[in-house]
Design a protein around this ligand. Structure first.
Ligand SMILES: [Zn+2]
Length: 675
């Protein structure tokens, strides 16, 4: 075997042999490793011995190691540095992986063995962790339909296949609509646009083969255009195009796809014995029931709407002073809100920028991890997947903890957004395996010789992803299936959103926000204005988010709507949606909910985690400060090191002594003082 992916990796720390692999190795590596995984599964289910924890659950946990060695570097590369060959490989692998997933999760023989262990569990002398892994394995099989028989079994398989096809179609339609629309700007159309928007609009024109400047539907261009363009007519045109994605009629229209997806999800829930899809989905989440989600959303909705209504009056007054005697419309909000932000906080992005250097912000995140958890970071010189990526060895008291990789700069071929993943997760079943964790961001790459500078939002993203990395790096369990970030969807954002709070601790930025040229620390009043402005316009942000989350949960509760657009309109009317704000994601382009299953009836998760992160950070403050050692210890012991060892509400209660209320969130968003 001369495929470097399948050979023994003799690289430092056992990192993937990036220097030796080529794109040609992935397909043969995948086929060989899939065959091996199939053989491993057959060995488990055909074992003539009666099931034991070791020959069934341990064996399942160990299954597919070779496939992991192929796919973990492959999907890292496909995400951060794609090319046509890698895209073709993704299209080739994805149906095969889906089929393999069903072979395991809808396997009646496997279920019979796992279920026999479950029925016998009291006699097996299992550790608490083994008991939990057995429970979760069985639960996963039941929820995938392994217990079904006859028509129901076949039909569920069909439904899942159809849903996978529809999800891909939904995404591709959206991309097609986003690519198709652009608006050319004549010189007289540029009024109000600052230099950085003009530069982006010019680059967009070049890409479209147009002259001058164009506006496209890319978030990084349309949002600043709506914030700064003084031309109300153009703002309206751009805004309407942006919010009509997926609803333009013709072949790329997503409305009937959304309806079919909702109907199939309902059928899937019924086949599995649930009343509706939300009940099915939320069973394994921390929220547990759709009613618990509605309760949280409504508690936040009322004060957010009150704040947004007040803000709408101020913005309308500004607009009238501008000589526009009309009602405030959705395409006016960002424009007047930006004017108000500049007036109230007196904040100039250009003045701020030199103080937030990427390297210093990385040091700041590391320093917080040192002060909280005793982690130390040493730069490594090892071959990685791209020359821009950097690696550090993470140690504690001289002991190896993890390898941390940062891949921070945007480039073509990198997926947009920011994320954290593990090239290798922590576990002890195969020996003391320590994790390899990667943070990926899309910060602007500086010209050669200049330091990389961040916006405050970028710095917050860096801290967010580093919080996920800590969840992986501090993991200390035996079984990989519950390691690190393998927790409920509405709990997984807690460590990341919590870590963002340390960026707001003034002593952190006082030390690390230093001027790129002079080395001077950021002046105290500028620091304060920056922190104040970071939480600006929360009425608007909360309203547009909660509206989307509420539509998502109602879509999946009760009978699926025949016409989702009508139902969406009814829900918003019932909530009293402010007329100058629309949903953050309307149905025809709500990719979180329709492109796949991850956030379906779970878009509320961000806010659910936010309730906890605000409350968890308050625990530090109550105990004596942001770096209180005893609270950090508790956070590591009860949350960061234990992965999915227990249900999320138990973990949180162990850390905090109780479950959180919504108060700290409202205070954090400045919504606690609204009448
Ligand atoms: Zn996150």
């Amino acid at each position: 075997m001369n495929n470097p992916l399948l050979a023994d990796w003799t690289t430092p720390f056992g990192l993937p042999p990036f220097a030796d692999m080529s794109d040609d190795d992935f397909a043969p590596g995948f086929e060989a490793s899939l065959m091996q995984a199939r053989a491993e599964l057959a060995e488990i289910i055909e074992n003539p011995e009666p099931p034991t924890f070791e020959n069934t659950i341990d064996a399942l946990e160990l299954m597919g190691e070779a496939m992991h060695k192929v796919l973990s570097p492959f999907y890292t590369l496909a995400g951060v540095d794609s090319n046509p060959a890698r895209e073709a490989l993704q299209r080739e692998f994805s149906p095969k992986l889906a089929a393999w997933g069903s072979e395991v999760s809808m396997n009646p023989e496997l279920f019979a063995r796992v279920d026999a262990l479950w029925q016998d569990r009291e006699k097996l002398k299992l550790t608490p962790e083994q008991m939990r892994v057995l429970e979760l394995t069985r639960r996963g099989l039941v929820r995938a339909g392994a217990q079904l028989e006859g028509f129901a079994f076949d039909r569920l398989k069909q439904v899942k296949e159809r849903l996978a096809v529809l999800g891909t179609q939904f995404t591709q339609n959206l991309l097609a609509d986003e690519r198709a629309w652009y608006m050319e700007l004549d010189p007289e159309d540029l009024e109000g646009l600052p230099g950085f928007v003009l530069a982006t609009a010019k680059a967009a024109a070049e890409e479209k083969g147009a002259v001058g400047h164009v506006v496209t539907l890319s978030r990084s261009l349309i949002v600043p255009f709506l914030q700064f363009s003084a031309r109300r007519d153009l703002r309206e045109r751009a805004y309407e195009a942006w919010t009509s994605r997926g609803a333009n009629g013709g072949e790329t229209d997503n409305r009937s796809i959304a309806a079919e997806i909702l109907a199939l999800r309902e059928e899937r829930a019924h086949l599995l014995g649930y009343d509706d899809f939300a009940t099915y989905k939320l069973e394994t989440e921390m929220a547990k029931t759709p009613d618990a989600v509605r309760k949280l959303l409504m508690e936040v909705w009322e004060p957010a709407k009150a704040q947004a209504d007040l803000d709408a009056q101020s913005l309308a007054a500004m607009m009238n002073n501008d000589g526009v005697n009309d009602a405030l419309e959705p395409w006016d909000w960002r424009y007047y809100s930006e004017k108000r932000r500049a007036e109230e906080h007196d904040l100039d992005e250009a003045e701020l920028k030199p103080y937030l250097q990427l390297d210093r912000m990385i040091e700041a995140a590391f320093d917080c991890a040192t002060r909280l958890f005793g982690l130390e970071f040493k730069a490594l010189d090892v071959p990685l997947h791209h020359p821009d990526a950097r690696a550090w060895e993470v140690t504690r008291k001289g002991e190896h903890i993890a390898v941390f990789i940062g891949d921070y700069f945007a480039r073509s071929g990198k997926r947009s957004g920011a994320w954290c993943s593990a090239l290798r997760s922590q576990q002890k079943l195969r020996g003391d395996i320590r994790p390899h964790v990667i943070n990926v961001c899309n910060f602007a790459k500086p010209a050669k010789g200049s330091p990389a500078l961040l916006s405050y939002d970028d710095a917050r993203t860096l801290f967010h992803e580093f919080g996920h990395a800590l969840h992986q790096m501090l993991s200390n369990v035996t079984y990989e299936s519950i390691s690190g970030t393998s927790v409920a969807r509405d709990f997984v954002e807690l460590p990341s959103q919590l870590f963002e709070h340390w960026l707001e601790v003034p002593e952190v930025l006082q030390k690390y926000a230093t001027h790129a040229e002079t080395g001077e620390p950021m002046p105290a009043d500028m620091l304060q204005r920056m922190l104040d402005a970071a939480n600006y316009d929360q009425g608007f942000a909360t309203v547009e988010y909660v509206a989307s989350a509420m539509v998502d949960i109602e879509f999946h509760s009760g009978d699926a709507p025949e016409d989702p657009m009508t139902m969406q309109a009814e829900i918003l009317e019932g909530m009293g949606m402010p007329p100058a704000i629309r949903m953050r994601h309307a149905t025809p382009h709500f990719a979180h909910v329709f492109a796949g299953d991850g956030y379906s009836s779970a878009y509320y998760s961000y806010m659910w985690s936010e309730v906890m992160d605000a409350d968890a950070f308050a625990a530090f403050e109550e105990a004596g400060g942001a770096f209180d050692a005893a609270t950090a210890r508790k956070l590591e012991d009860h949350i960061l090191s234990v992965g999915g060892l227990r249900e999320a509400d138990e973990l949180y209660t162990e850390f905090r002594g109780r479950l959180p209320g919504v108060e700290a969130l409202l205070k954090g968003r400045g919504l606690d003082k609204v009448a």
